[in-house]
Design a protein around this ligand. Sequence first.
Ligand SMILES: Cc1cc2nc3c(=O)[nH]c(=O)nc-3n(C[C@H](O)[C@H](O)[C@H](O)COP(=O)(O)O)c2cc1C
Length: 179
Amino acid sequence: MKVLVIVAHPNLEESRANRSFMHELSKHEEITVVNLYQKYPDWSIDIEQEQALLLKYDRIVFQFPFYWYSCPPLLKKWFDDVLTYGWAFGSQGDKLKGKEFIIATTAGGTEREFRAGGDNWFTISEYFRPIQATLWKCNGSFLPIFVTYNADAGLDEYISSEARKYVEHIQSSHNAMIK
Ligand SMILES: Cc1cc2nc3c(=O)[nH]c(=O)nc-3n(C[C@H](O)[C@H](O)[C@H](O)COP(=O)(O)O)c2cc1C
């Protein structure tokens, strides 16, 4: 399966977790990685190029650090710019129909904190509802998310093992729900 990974990290130089994930991805020829902040330092997204790229892949992964209960802002802009009416959604907008999408994120918080009554109140899945709804609106399938908790405090061995699990996840996940 041809997999496209769109990485959105505003500060990759100081990243540990997402860099480790990218290192693991680089071992797999069949996975194409786009580094969004490097590609668009001026935030001027080439919509036609991004749309043409999406057409070539069956599975698209969005990888990013969890920032303020959401994704980093350039990825939000990418959604706003690239998922256009008449192309991605609307009566004629069927170009993403049947494509599979996966969110992969790293969070500073622990899994215990992301629950009802915990320090972060809700599960990460709940925080991703707007993105899930966006991709459903674009007729895509939303596959199980991959989350690495405790990404700042976790030991290097933990991060490396998460990186391996991440790549396995994006290669082997399947759609549990027929839409
Ligand atoms: C601006 C900013 C906002 C953040 N917001 C959250 C948050 O809402 N929840 C959380 O668990 N971690 C949060 N973090 C921690 C990051 O998710 C964490 O540092 C990152 O996932 C580690 O990955 P990296 O090593 O690739 O940078 C935030 C970090 C920054 C810099």
